[in-house]
Design a protein around this ligand. Structure first.
Ligand SMILES: Cc1cc2nc3c(=O)[nH]c(=O)nc-3n(C[C@H](O)[C@H](O)[C@H](O)COP(=O)(O)O)c2cc1C
Length: 232
């Protein structure tokens, strides 16, 4: 992975600063599939390292097949066009992922995590990955391929494009020991307002990411108890 991971202000993101990070290379696909599960309750005070985020974002939409062509990515896409843009909402602000360079650029200063879904209010996720679809980009690409998509078809394709990214993220997180959960119930206007986007941009899915909290019951339980502080 010849990616440089820098934050929006341009400094190197501290790869390796925290010692040996978990690596995608260390876990087989079989093992990642075995471990994959939805996490809905995250351990407070356990941020994800830059290196962990870099690996998750590479799995989501990084360049692959040698990196010679930036349109070749780890996830497939409809009409040979990238219609989904990824943003990371963190305590420090919201960052746009630039997959060809493997960089993050700060695009909003506020902590917009919990405002993006009512489901996120109690989950304590340190990072929320937003997947925002671009209707015009999709319609243009479809048109070039000879298709005219109606609104329902447009949304179905955006969902599919987001869902394949989501599964890559799920598997990477499982391999890295990170908890992840898809959220479809989003406040689209909040996300658009935060990013300054118009209605041709549709927040399709989000994923809460972080270290799983230990809970008394099933780790995938819908509830996140107030006293869930320790990890497994
Ligand atoms: C398209 C999609 C949307 C989902 N939306 C939500 C959601 O809004 N809230 C939530 O808690 N889980 C959501 N999930 C997670 C599912 O509830 C979860 O995958 C399912 O219960 C199976 O559990 P598992 O992932 O642990 O195997 C979603 C999953 C998918 C694929």
């Amino acid at each position: 992975m010849a990616l440089v991971f820098t934050w929006g202000c341009g400094h190197a993101a501290g790869v390796g600063r925290r010692g040996a990070a978990p690596s995608l290379e260390a876990v087989s696909l079989r093992e990642a599939l075995e471990r994959r599960a939805t996490t809905r309750c995250f351990r407070p005070g356990s941020p994800l390292s830059d290196e962990t985020l870099r690996q998750i974002l590479w799995a989501a939409e990084g360049t692959n097949r040698g990196g010679r062509d930036e349109s070749r990515r780890t996830s497939p896409c409809s009409f040979r066009e990238r219609t989904i843009t990824l943003y990371l909402a963190t305590r420090e602000g919201v960052f746009l992922h630039e997959p060809a360079a493997g960089t993050l650029r700060k695009v909003a200063d506020r902590d917009a995590r919990t405002g993006s879904s009512r489901l996120l209010r109690d989950r304590r996720a340190p990072v929320v990955l937003w997947m925002v679809g671009d209707v015009e980009t999709l319609r243009s690409a479809a048109s070039r391929a000879g298709y005219r998509l109606d609104p329902a078809q447009t949304m179905a394709v955006l969902w599919a494009d987001a869902a394949v990214i989501a599964e890559n993220v799920h598997l990477a997180c499982a391999a890295l020991g990170v908890g992840a959960g898809i959220i479809a119930d989003l406040d689209a206007d909040w996300i658009r307002d935060t990013l300054g986007l118009d209605r041709a941009h549709v927040p399709v899915l989000a994923m809460a990411l972080g270290m799983p909290a230990a809970t008394d019951g099933d780790a995938a339980a819908m509830e996140c108890p107030q006293d869930a502080t320790e990890g497994p």
